[in-house]
Design a protein around this ligand. Sequence first.
Ligand code: 13P
Ligand code: SF4
Length: 337
Amino acid sequence: MNAPTHSPISPRALYDKLAPLDQSSYGLEACERYAEQIAQILRLKEERKAIVLAHNYQRPEIFEVADFVGDSLELARKAKEVRDADIIVFCGVHFMAETAKVVNPGRTVLIPDLRAGCSLADAVTAEALAERKAELKQIYPDLKVVAYVNCTADVKALCDACCTSANAVKVVNAIDSENVLFVPDQNLANYVQENTSKRIISWDGNCYVHHQITPAEVNKVKSSIPGIKVIAHPECRKDVLALADAVLSTSAMVNYARASEADKFLVVTECGLSDRLLMEIPEKHFYKACKLCRFMKMITLDGTLDSLRNLRYEVNLPDEVREGARRALERMLELSA
Ligand code: 13P
Ligand code: SF4
């Protein structure tokens, strides 16, 4: 999604725009405060020659200052293309901001809050991966390592290729090895295993947001709303994915919902995506899984304003880590082209 607006928005217009969302968070008073912050951020963006990239799970008010909103793959591609701006303010989680720095090292990359981490990225360290890789190489000499982008740059640097939820199966099928160690998401690894003839060796990591969603929750909605389509993110458990009509990345969910003839969807992923869907496709009905990523929600308009004012927090990486991660990310882009 490209920028919804580049000019300041009035509190009333913002209130009307956010009307489909939870009114306890987006009353007129809150919209007055947000509209003022949005105007200040838009001014500062111009002064600083900055652009804002935002993930689909961000708060709806953040979309108002974003030049681009998308999934991990789209954001990596967008970050690489940035030429006219000196600064990229990344409204997402830390590994995504690192990726922006890796693919576009000439720009200053800022993340508004350093607490915006990721439970998946925390599940694997470079040391543990190096050890496991060495062990498995003894058993499978052709072993290749594919890293879901939800990991740190030093983990990426140890991998043969990265992938995102949008291209995981494609990357694994295209890599020149029959045996693949897939890190760090076990649920995504299981999903890939079901869609490839290769041997997938998984890592013991998961996203705490998606992993907590149960088949019982999905079945309850399915049975009470006839005709509802279930769209799920591949970070969900296998028994949840088995109930889905489609397993998709966050942006692919938006495209699916827009193109589908159905008008009711259960959106089985972090609830920020449902907010985007509710605002963008008001003629359809979206039921959310109501799971919140506390890391994504660390990013606020307050933090973004502070980031632009004080040029913090800058994301930097040692050259060898950046180069290793660049190689794995570029390989992903080649394999999934
Ligand atoms: P997408 O790449 O599908 O947006 O997923 C990112 C993510 O962190 C999901 O939890
Ligand atoms: Fe990480 Fe899960 Fe949050 Fe995505 S939703 S950023 S995988 S913790």
